[in-house]
Design a protein around this ligand. Structure first.
Ligand SMILES: Cc1cc2nc3c(=O)[nH]c(=O)nc-3n(C[C@H](O)[C@H](O)[C@H](O)COP(=O)(O)OP(=O)(O)OC[C@H]3O[C@@H](n4cnc5c(N)ncnc54)[C@H](O)[C@@H]3O)c2cc1C
Length: 413
């Protein structure tokens, strides 16, 4: 009865007297324990650093998406136990017809709680539930950054904002919907089964954006995303759900950034949605959060192991981030173009673009924006013994990983 257990949010977050004061100094403070934050903490495992990760909810408590990702990312990261369902075809519905794209790689849905637990299993950080309010008084010249939470102020020389689109630790460049480059997404999770990973490009549901149904074993994740933050997606999410013969339940929505933001600012590092790492057009932000999170984790590891300074880590990470900018800009151009295509041309166009050569070419390039090879193979090949020794994989495979990453980074540049 997976759908039912997923349907019942477990309130694990600390309340009342459990919320003891939290303060002191750490080597690394990671704010946000979802995809980006956990990927960073995992890269730091075994480094000997005192790493604290905080989130307002317990790890895995609040699902933040439809949880779809290219399967190879799950494989490479040793996260296959969290996989729910796998697809080799994308079904595209328009008002004038349906096309089936046979993908050159497979896509999987996964269980959020399970995936977060698997990532956390490999970390040796400390975790605390706390709400991050922002930066505390400016650093006093010793390089420490102070972060204010509802349980006290924590300081660290290395601080990461992996808190999502709000970018809580930025120096006042936080932007507010609906005037910001944000899309909005909402979904529901009725029970049911389907073989089709499907999207709807249909103005009946959203003038600029798409609807989706991502099956995940015994539930369907049905939702609507609008590139225009002013368009409210609740009514049409309900409409699409009814059109699929289901009753909406468990609403879950959020703003989704569709423009890159600065990777570092005021000494703080940003990864995942806080850095705008969600891809425009597809609104796919999980693998990119993992990808940039891993890249940042390696840079921070270099600092805590004394191989580089914080300033060098800032510079390297910013260059890595910037080297992807043109690809994000291209995706944004297409995002802006699609709603302008007249509906009657859309169906034949989608059919035309569905020829195998074009699908292989475009989807292969799309995957290469954050390629699975970047993760190397160390997590996928870990042995049972390694599970008791977080960070062992880094020691064993760092050279091989370095070579693979050099190749990927050269390609991005
Ligand atoms: C409806 C919907 C469906 C989506 N489906 C997909 C999909 O199928 N595939 C895909 O790739 N992408 C999808 N996305 C996009 C994806 O969810 C994000 O890009 C991704 O979650 C970004 O990961 P992150 O770790 O940066 O941030 P998040 O996953 O948003 O995590 C941020 C974390 O910070 C915590 N937090 C926030 N504020 C505070 C605070 N003040 N104090 C303490 N903790 C805080 C939150 O509790 C959370 O754990 C979807 C988005 C939406 C809205």
């Amino acid at each position: 009865m997976m759908a039912e257990s997923a349907a019942m949010p477990v309130r694990a977050t600390k309340r009342g007297s459990e919320r003891t004061p939290l303060s002191g100094e750490r080597d690394v403070l990671i704010c946000g324990a979802s995809f980006a934050g956990l990927a960073i903490a995992r890269e730091l495992a075994g480094s000997g650093a005192d790493v604290l990760i905080v989130d307002r909810y317990e790890i895995g408590e609040r699902q933040t998406s439809a949880c779809g990702i290219p399967t190879e990312w799950l494989e490479r990261l040793g996260l296959m136990e969290a996989e729910c369902q796998r697809f080799d075809t994308l079904v595209m519905h328009t008002p004038h017809g349906t096309s089936r794209y046979r993908l050159p790689w497979t896509f999987s849905t996964f269980d959020y709680r399970e995936l977060c637990q698997l990532l956390w299993r490999d970390c040796d950080a400390t975790f605390e539930t706390a709400k991050v309010n922002g930066r505390a008084a400016p650093a006093n010249g010793d390089g420490e950054i102070a972060v204010e939470t509802d349980r006290g102020t924590i300081t660290a020389p290395l601080v990461v904002d992996a808190l999502g689109w709000r970018r809580v630790l930025a120096n006042g460049d936080g932007y507010q919907p609906p005037d910001a480059p944000l899309s909005r997404g909402l979904e529901v999770h009725p029970g049911g089964e389907s073989e089709d990973l499907a999207i709807w490009i249909d103005r009946k549901y959203v003038p600029a954006g798409y609807g989706w149904s991502f099956p995940a074993h015994d539930e369907l994740r049905i939702g609507v995303g609008s590139f225009d933050p002013r368009f409210h997606v609740k009514d049409t999410t309900v409409e699409l759900t009814h059109d699929l013969g289901k009753e909406p339940n468990e609403y879950q929505g959020n703003w989704i950034p569709h423009e890159l933001r600065r990777a570092t600012e005021g000494g703080v590092f940003f990864a995942g949605d806080s850095a705008g790492h969600c891809l425009p057009l597809s609104a796919e932000g999980i693998r990119t959060a993992l990808y940039f999170g891993m890249g940042l984790g390696q840079e921070l590891r270099g600092v805590v192991e004394g191989r580089q300074t914080r300033a060098q880590a800032e510079s390297n990470y910013a260059s890595f981030h910037d080297s992807h900018e043109w690809k994000f800009k291209w995706m944004l151009r297409v995002q802006k173009l699609v709603p302008r295509v007249p509906p009657r041309i859309l169906a034949p166009l989608i059919r035309l673009l569905g020829n195998k050569r074009f699908v292989d070419w475009s989807f292969t390039h799309y995957l290469r924006i954050a390629p699975p090879e970047y993760a190397g193979s160390r997590w996928a090949t870990r042995s049972a013994d390694d599970e008791d020794r977080p960070g062992q994989q880094q020691d064993d495979a760092e050279d091989a990983l370095g070579r693979e990453r050099d190749l990927v980074q050269a390609e991005q540049a």
